[in-house]
Design a protein around this ligand. Structure first.
Ligand code: SF4
Ligand SMILES: [Zn+2]
Length: 388
């Protein structure tokens, strides 16, 4: 923040700052530049395997390959308020580097043998030609088709043109595109997330994906910046409802604080508390009927979509957390739900801190201040209420 009132919502006498400038500033600092140059462009950021479910509901193993890339073209011109991917990119990564990274991943997991699924993440969009050279896009699509692996890639909406999808499906006719929609609400997309696309552009992209028989995975953000806990919960249930029919899978990303982002500054300023794990449990309990109208579990006939939450940094102060004593147990139940889709996973879960969480929701709803009333918001009550 360049002034004491950088994120003031009611404003003062000075001209207000644009969210764009708040997003961009840290990426240009010496520590960020130095970090970017420290990466070895011929090695992927990380490669690991996790338990997963195949598209037809069978338990399987998935390899996740996170490539070191030039990052996201939206970030180059602006960027989302919570996105810390700029920490992990290098602006000179070329096709040879990416092929070397891919080779490394294939070697590490023996051409993905024994793993039914491969997720290829690029800190941006795999099908965006300005970010990823076309020959490398082709390598990923072709290899996964030839190895007969279920492939998941990530993309923003504007890359998913008819021409691009026609080309991609001519190489690999069967993959999943995960889109970081974050919120099915233009106001939230614009003022909380700075996403750079609208809910309608997601609608159109999904329509095109379905025309090409590709699967759709939708990421929604739980508790974006400038939103209270209660608002996050109430909004997110509505967004799940809005996207369920069109999404094969809905993955809720509870906010975790990444270094150098707008949300990082709010958090350090004690103006933002990452979501309570109880809110995630409540979210699942309130939304389960949307994805399973007859109360079924994953794989049952009533499944409209699969709802999953993996609380990144769950239990840590920069991730979703409760009081510290119950966090492990609650995270484990949420993770189990992602696989089973059964509400029974939450049977018997309780803790003293649940009362505090409940009180916070009540406060948020009766004193609807934009930044919420959560405990870490210390200081003058007058300033809190005015969101100064
Ligand atoms: S679109 Fe995705 S990768 Fe690009 S800035 Fe936003 S969150 Fe980051
Ligand atoms: Zn607790």
């Amino acid at each position: 923040m360049s002034s004491g009132k950088g994120l003031t919502m009611l404003g003062g006498d000075t001209k207000s700052l644009k969210i764009h400038n708040l997003v961009k500033a840290p990426a240009n600092t010496p520590w960020a530049k130095e970090r970017q140059q420290s990466w070895d462009a011929s090695y992927p950021a990380t490669v690991y395997s996790t338990p997963e479910m195949t598209t037809d509901g069978q338990p399987c193993s998935a390899v996740t390959v996170i490539l070191r890339t030039k990052g996201c073209h939206w970030w180059w011109s602006s960027g989302c308020t919570f996105c810390g991917y700029f920490n992990d990119t290098r602006d000179d990564v070329n096709s040879d580097d990416l092929h070397a990274q891919w080779q490394h991943a294939k070697q590490k997991f023996n051409n993905f043998e024994g793993h039914a699924m491969v997720k290829v993440y690029t800190s941006g969009s795999l099908l965006e030609d300005r970010e990823i050279p076309i020959d490398f896009q082709e390598t990923v699509l072709r290899d996964c088709f030839e190895f007969d692996k279920e492939l998941i890639v990530e993309s923003r909406t504007e890359q998913l043109t008819v021409e691009k999808l026609a080309w991609a499906t001519s190489i690999n006719p069967n993959f999943t595109v995960a889109i970081g929609l974050e919120a099915y609400d233009d106001e939230v997309l614009r003022f909380h997330v700075n996403k750079g696309f609208s809910a309608a552009s997601w609608d159109r992209a999904v329509e095109r994906l379905q025309k090409f028989n590709l699967r759709v995975k939708t990421y929604l953000m739980f508790k974006p910046p400038f939103m209270s806990e209660a608002d996050a919960l109430d909004h997110c249930v509505k967004w799940i409802e809005a996207v369920a029919e069109q999404s094969d899978e809905i993955s809720i990303n509870p906010m975790n604080i990444q270094r150098g982002t707008v949300i990082d500054r709010l958090h350090r300023h004690r103006e933002y508390r990452p979501p309570w794990l109880w809110s995630l449990v409540e979210l699942i309990q309130q939304s389960h009927h949307i994805v399973h109208p007859n109360g079924g579990m994953n794989g049952d006939d009533d499944q409209i979509s699969r709802l999953i939450i993996h609380p990144t940094a769950g239990g840590k102060i920069r991730g979703s957390h409760n009081c510290g004593a119950c966090d492990g147990e609650v995270v484990a139940a949420i993770e189990r739900y992602a696989v089973s889709g059964s509400l029974n996973e939450f049977d018997g879960l309780d803790c003293e801190c649940k009362k505090r969480w409940n009180q916070e929701l009540t406060n948020d709803r009766s004193i609807p201040v934009p930044l919420g009333t959560s405990m870490p918001r210390r200081g003058s009550l007058r300033d809190i209420l005015r969101s100064l």
